[in-house]
Design a binder for this molecule. Structure first.
Ligand code: UDP
Length: 320
């Protein structure tokens, strides 16, 4: 039941993977939630269980266009963006626009409403890192003109814009640098390693490891990530904070984990490594530990099992 004393949160990208989980959490905490999404990579299936609630409103809107919303807003969470390497290749201009113009519009909304602003930034601001693991103080190693540059630079620009609003207008802002996160509601064909490997393993098809598979990633389960976002949103921090799971592994070993989790007959095959694919990635989460009292709790095996069940359901119902 919506009441006037409930906090109001706006979530851009509210029908996406992270955005929809964030909507769930905010509603569970008693917020009224307005989700905005243009659905180019988001999916209403991610929020269909919220339809009909009087404390939830979905508006199909491209956040690079002016955002008009009546009434008070307490939090703006800017989570809209294509978020996988093949999405950046297919949607390079939209990726740049939502990071730049979309962040500007979302900041403008927060400023007009006196709301707190939370940016979903990314470990991609570190590019192909020369410092390992990556602390927030590392400036990164990004090429502006490579195919991934559209995402990396858009998010770097977004961070710069957030800090400018913070310094110039005194806006209450937060920047989460989100490392590889996985869980239910990832898009099956978004090309990222978790949906790709799970889909292939469940179908007993070859697992496509890019390059020699020695590149590393560190995978965080979505519930842990959302807990970090919640804590950050209620903290006094305005400096960027890494949110991710420091448990690092090679992509090759990750493929083996997925095969075992699915009891799959898949074999591993190698495909060319995409351009500018970072060789290593691992968050230094000391800042999140100290300032938010946060660290991930869900072990990889458990997170993979929950995610496997989601993809198994899609497969069983012909939606994979
Ligand atoms: N990857 C892979 N096979 C796939 C998809 C991805 O080996 O079918 C690799 C990719 O090259 C990268 C890692 O898995 O090294 C993570 O890729 P993802 O697209 O999930 O995100 P990234 O961390 O690169 O942004």
């Amino acid at each position: 039941m919506a009441t006037n004393d409930q906090p109001v949160s706006v979530v851009t990208g509210g029908a996406g993977f992270l955005g929809s989980h964030l909507c769930d959490r905010l509603l569970a905490e008693g917020h009224r939630v307005i989700a905005l999404d243009n659905l180019i990579t988001g999916n209403v299936a991610n929020i269909e269980h919220l339809a009909g609630r009087d404390d939830f409103l979905f508006i199909k809107h491209d956040v690079t266009e002016y955002i008009f919303l009546p009434g008070p807003v307490d939090f703006v969470f800017h989570f809209a963006s294509p978020a996988s390497p093949i999405d950046y290749l297919e949607l390079p201009i939209q990726t740049l626009k939502v990071g730049a113009l979309g962040t500007h519009k979302a900041l403008g909304l927060a400023r007009a409403k006196g709301a707190r602003f939370v940016l979903a930034s990314t470990s991609e601001v570190y590019g192909d890192p020369l410092v390992h693991p990556q602390p927030e103080t590392y400036w990164g190693n990004v090429t502006p003109i490579g195919p991934r540059g559209v995402y990396d630079e858009a998010k770097r620009f977004a961070e710069a814009l957030v800090m400018a609003y913070h310094r110039t207008h005194g806006l209450d802002t937060k920047i989460a640098r989100i490392f590889n996160t996985y869980g239910p509601r990832m898009r099956p064909r978004d090309g990222r390693v978790v949906p790709a490997f799970l889909t292939q393993a469940l179908r007993n098809e070859p697992i496509t490891v890019f390059g020699d598979g020695h590149q590393t990633r560190s995978f965080c389960y979505v519930d842990d990530l959302i807990e970090g976002i919640w804590r950050l949103a209620h903290s006094a921090e305005y400096e960027p904070i890494n949110l991710g799971n420091p448990a690092e592994m090679s992509v090759l070993n990750f493929a083996r984990e997925i095969i075992a989790a699915c009891q799959s007959r898949s074999v591993i095959v190698h495909r060319p490594l995409p351009v500018d694919d970072p060789k290593v990635r691992q968050p230094d989460i000391q800042r999140a530990r100290e300032r938010l009292g946060w660290e991930p709790r869900v072990p990889l095996k458990e997170g993979i099992e929950r995610t496997r069940l989601y993809f198994q359901n899609l497969l069983n119902s012909g939606r994979l």
